[in-house]
Design a binder for this molecule. Structure first.
Ligand code: 5AD
Ligand code: SF4
Length: 475
């Protein structure tokens, strides 16, 4: 899409927002209340960011957000990375069916990764005919138009695009936190790891132009944001396909220059092409957080090859050493999949070996989930559940015992903490995050939320710390 066309698309959608808003205002005059909405997000940070845009559009259309799902408009932004995510959505749709029978005006909408699978859409049409609106990952910017159609045509609207090369800028958005925000820098993935469905449901890699990203971050900062999380499935390949190619490290340096921006995070780099330029840029930066989320997936070079990951165990460990040597206070976290087809006890022991050597600050662990349409789903030697679960438990045991011995590195240190929320268990405490992404709880009031304060870390609890706020002057 050319720039003019992109502007035209945003303008078209603005017109639909206006039309729905008119309808909503008229309805409010009659009923005395606004239509309410609730968005439930499944899955990753990409989906969380998409949901902010969807909530922004709904708010501009005159709908009012509710905390609970008892709303007039219910939207599920779905995930399909593992089968469990799909099962959760079907379970919840079962409950919504009963509500819809009692209240035919309820609007039920589904979007996100799961909707990009033709089998899912067929099942919804067949078994969940009460769903009003279905759209995918490529056309969330059309929400206003789709809602308008649903309200005026009085029949289900299903609009899922197989692919797109469009990036529509300037969508409204309603952020969850006033002081931090996700920022998409690219969409899609070209890696085709053999277990992963993401490239099929999120399409090919498309980078946003650096000037559009800088403009968005500047505008977020002028609205009070101090921390941004740059989002992409494989941020290392950012900018490679732009007309004027830009590296991810170059983009980071452009963002570093924005006054008022205090912290920059990113997610997710791929170990196969994490460059020295990126490590050097991080080491030299005052704003890029000391955290690298570096998905390992498996510690066995044989399995990594079958996963199509393009690195070996040795390469991964060398990379971890290099990052730690250049950025001494860095936190390294990871993702690990257990039970990939053909994984033997020896392969699994290789994974445990990398975990011992890399000394991760934390790890997300997943049981392999077979995704139809991916190459791994067709591989011989699928691992029986009981074997996979037994290995999974051994991995968790190792991670826990390591957390006990490695955590606490920072006890006694005074570190900057971005205060994010009131502690959910103890109202006398607030909860925030260190640069290395670890969580800290310390006594403090709500007024600290959104600020960065120095905190002395007094006690380590495996994956989090307790601390005490220090006066600024003591830093
Ligand atoms: N089964 C299990 N875990 C998966 N992931 C992606 N696809 C699958 C799958 N089919 C995990 C990977 C990835 C994380 C986001 O989800 O570890 O890094
Ligand atoms: Fe999936 Fe691999 Fe792309 Fe990550 S890099 S989204 S695991 S295909």
């Amino acid at each position: 899409m050319e720039k003019n066309e992109r502007q035209t698309e945003s303008a078209r959608q603005a017109e639909y927002i206006r039309l729905v808003r008119q309808m909503a205002d008229r309805e409010k005059e009659q009923t005395g209340r606004s239509r309410t909405f609730h968005v439930t997000t499944f899955g990753c940070q990409m989906n969380a960011r998409d949901s902010e845009k969807l909530r922004g559009i709904l708010t501009e259309m005159g709908f009012q957000e509710t905390e609970e799902e008892q709303a007039d408009f219910v939207l599920y932004n779905t995930c399909t990375v593992r089968e469990n995510a799909n099962l959760k959505v079907y379970g919840r749709l079962g409950h919504l069916k009963t509500r819809k029978e009692q209240d035919p005006d309820l609007i039920i909408a589904l979007c996100g990764c799961m909707m990009q699978e033709p089998d899912v859409v067929a099942k919804i049409k067949d078994q969940y005919g009460f769903v009003d609106l279905v759209f995918g990952t490529h056309n969330i910017f059309k929400l206003a138009e789709l809602v308008y159609r649903r309200l005026t045509e009085n029949q289900p609207v299903i609009d899922v695009w197989e692919k797109t090369d469009e990036i529509v800028e300037d969508l409204p958005n309603e952020r969850k936190y006033f002081f931090k925000s996700g920022v998409n820098i690219m969409y899609g993935c070209n890696n085709f790891c053999s277990y992963c469905i993401v490239p099929y449901v999120r399409g090919r890699e498309r980078s946003r132009k650096p000037e559009d990203i800088v403009r968005e971050v500047e505008s977020l900062v002028s609205g009070g944001v101090v921390e941004v999380m740059l989002l992409g499935q494989n941020v290392n390949s950012y900018g490679k396909t732009l007309e004027e190619p830009v590296s991810f490290a170059q983009l980071l340096r452009m963002l570093e220059d924005i006054d008022g921006l205090k912290r920059i995070r990113f997610m997710t780099p791929h170990p196969k092409d994490l460059s020295d330029e990126l490590i050097e840029t991080m080491a030299a930066s005052k704003k890029i957080c000391r955290h690298v989320h570096l998905p390992l997936q498996s510690g066995s070079s044989r399995i990594l090859q079958k996963m199509n990951r393009h690195y070996t165990k040795e390469h991964y460990l060398a990379l971890v050493r290099k990052i730690r040597a250049s950025i001494p206070d860095v936190g390294i976290t990871t993702d690990i999949i257990i039970g990939f087809p053909g994984e033997t006890e020896e392969d699994f022991l290789e994974t445990l070996d990398v975990v011992s050597k890399a000394r991760f600050d934390s790890a997300y662990t997943f049981l392999y989930s077979k995704r139809t349409g991916t190459p791994a789903a067709e591989m011989a030697d699928q691992i029986p559940d009981d074997i996979a679960k037994e290995r999974f438990n051994r991995l968790l045991a190792l991670l826990h015992s390591m957390a006990e011995s490695t955590s606490g590195k920072l006890v006694g240190h005074v570190e900057d903490v971005l205060v994010e929320e009131k502690n959910s268990r103890d109202p006398a405490l607030v909860t925030g995050r260190l640069s290395n992404n670890m969580t800290v709880h310390f006594p403090g009031s709500d007024s600290l939320i959104g600020t960065i304060v120095p905190v002395k870390l007094t006690q380590a609890k495996g994956f989090y710390y307790f601390g005490e706020q220090m006066e600024d002057t003591e830093l």
